[in-house]
Every structure is written in C-alpha cells, then in structure tokens.
Design a protein around this ligand. Structure first.
Ligand code: PMP
Length: 307
C-alpha cells in the first residue's frame, strides 16, 4: 500500500503535510463547501488505475458549486486532468478514493455565501470497502432527510453531512450497519451516503429525484446496467416505508458503498433474509465495469497512466 504524498491545493501540487487550513476558515465553521467522492480501481492485467465516471462526478461538483455560489477557477477538463495527475504523482497503483472539496476559504466571521473567497483542494488515498457488501442490516432512522428548501440534497454540501452523521451513528449505536432515512413526508429517501433500490414484484424501483436524494452516479450506473444488461427498467417513484418490509430485494449503492445488498430492515428479513439474486448479479457486473473489464463501458473509465 502506498500512502499519498501529495495533494492539490489552490492551484498547486504540494506535500500532504503542507495541506492545512486556518481554524478561521468559513467552510470549516459553517459547512459552506461541497465535495465529491470518486473511486479509482486498479486493474492488474492492464497495470492501470481507472477513475470511474470522473467527468460525471465533476459535473455534479460544478452543479453543487453553482447552488453554493462557489466559482471554481477550473474547467471540467482541467479538473479531470488534475485528478489523473495527482494519482500519477503519488504513483498509486491500487484502489484509490479521490476527494475534491470546493469551499468558502475566507477567514471571516459572518454566515453567508456571497462575497467570500472560493478555495479548492483534492486528495487521493487508498480505499477498500466503505460498508459491508455481503449483507447489510439496516434500520429506518428517526432522523429525517434534509429538505430541498433547507439544505438541497442534490448538492453534495459539506454541512449536509451532519444529517447523515446523525442517522449513521443512531443506526450503528442501535446495532445496525446502516440507516435508511425518510423524507419529512415519511417516504423512503436514501441511506446516510447511499441511494437505495428495491425489487418489488419483479420491478426495480428507486426514490424519485424529488425525494430529497443525492442524484447518485452509482444510481445512474445501476439504472443503465440493469436496463442494458438485465432488461430491468427502473421506476423512479415515491416509496412508502412499509414497502421496505415487503420488498423482495433491497440494495444500497454509492461510490463508497458500491453495491451493498440489504438483508434486513428494522430486524425484518428482506425476502428470505439472504442476499438477493438481482443484487448479486448487479454487484458482479458493477465490479467488472468499474475495473475496466467490460468493453462496452470502457468510456466510463478514465485511465491514469499512459496506455
Ligand atoms: N446519497 C448520499 C447522501 C451520498 O453521500 C452518496 C455518496 N456520494 C450517494 C447517495 C451515492 O452517490 P454516488 O453514487 O454518486 O457516490
């Protein structure tokens, strides 16, 4: 395992230990920033790291920036190039996790979004599994998902993760692996850092964008793979809490979580309480695709090293 020696901070590659911010940083005190989590997968055969759906992650970061009134001085292409360059500089030849953060870097007191300096950092580190991927036990959270009119979930806002942290810790402290959050109206929204899919009567369903979800890139990947490879057209709709108790299969998905089948919700077994067939199939397919082993989806994989 290699450790990252460099990060990218405000326009230059610098040694990790120099990557410090002031205690007065606006984004630190008020959560006024947004970020991404991007995975790179090592392919032994190709001797290559593939960054998965890198452009889509930066497109979402730029949308989050727009919502937060952050002006990044980089184009999409520059962000893509900076990311590959960072992994190369660190000579990382393993699975990695890239974390770009765009934030209000001014050292001032006063809560707002306007008239502040915008800063950008990018780190890259080795990364294994984020959650258990062989069968999650989930609990419905007593914490409700933040509403679009409070902190928009479609933007990956730093401060919004306090909502996720409340839910995740409550779940963990109650003995569950992960939380499932409901909207204020009581409909299924998402996990603390994952989108959710249910298989109901042979139909694949997932909460609609209006259910205060982050529009996940893994969610989009699954919808495309399920349709093209397995013939399932995903229905985006409102989902009731009790559908969690009667679904035949449930799985969570996200860059960190990848595809994580759920085996119980609130101690009630999902289906027969074992990892479902569709979840398993999608998981296998997903791992091939992200590692650049599936020819049809090579354009989702940005190679880091010269080919
Ligand atoms: N929802 C939330 C709240 C998340 O933090 C994440 C992880 N980024 C996801 C969903 C999944 O999004 P993606 O597949 O783009 O990683």
């Amino acid at each position: 395992m290699t450790n990252a020696q460099e990060i990218f901070m405000n326009g230059e590659f610098i040694p990790s230990e120099r990557g410090v911010i002031s205690v007065r940083t606006h984004g630190f005190a008020y959560g006024t920033g947004c970020f991404e989590g991007i995975r790179g997968y090592w392919n032994e055969e190709d001797q290559q790291v593939y960054l998965f759906r890198l452009r889509e992650h930066y497109e979402r970061l730029l949308r989050s920036c727009k919502i937060l009134q952050i002006d990044l001085p980089y184009t999409l292409e520059q962000l893509v190039e900076i990311s590959a360059e960072l992994v190369r500089r660190n000579n990382q030849r393993e699975d990695v996790y890239l974390r770009p953060v765009a934030y209000k870097g001014s050292q001032v007191i006063g809560v707002r979004l306007h008239d502040l300096q915008d800063d950008f950092i990018l780190t890259s580190e080795p990364m294994g599994n984020y959650v258990e991927i062989s069968g999650l036990r989930c609990g419905v959270s007593s914490w409700r998902r933040i509403d679009d009119n409070a902190i928009p979930a479609r933007a990956k806002v730093c401060g919004a993760y306090v909502n996720s942290a409340f839910a995740k810790s409550e779940a963990a402290q109650n003995g569950f692996d992960e939380a499932i959050m409901l909207t204020n109206e009581g409909h299924v929204s998402e996990g603390s850092a994952e989108n959710i899919f249910l298989l109901i009567n042979g139909e694949l369903v997932t909460p609609a964008p209006s259910e205060n979800i982050l529009l996940g890139i893994t969610r989009d990947t699954i919808m495309k793979l399920a349709q093209r490879e397995l013939g399932y057209v995903t229905r985006e709709r409102q989902i009731d809490r009790t559908e969690l108790y009667t679904a035949d299969e449930i799985f969570l998905c996200g860059t960190g979580a990848q595809i994580a089948p759920v085996v119980s919700v609130d101690h009630r077994p999902v289906g027969d309480g074992k990892v479902g067939q569709l979840g398993k199939k999608l998981q296998e397919l997903y791992f091939d695709v992200v590692r650049g082993k599936h020819a049809d989806y090579k354009d989702w994989c940005t190679p880091v090293y010269a080919e």
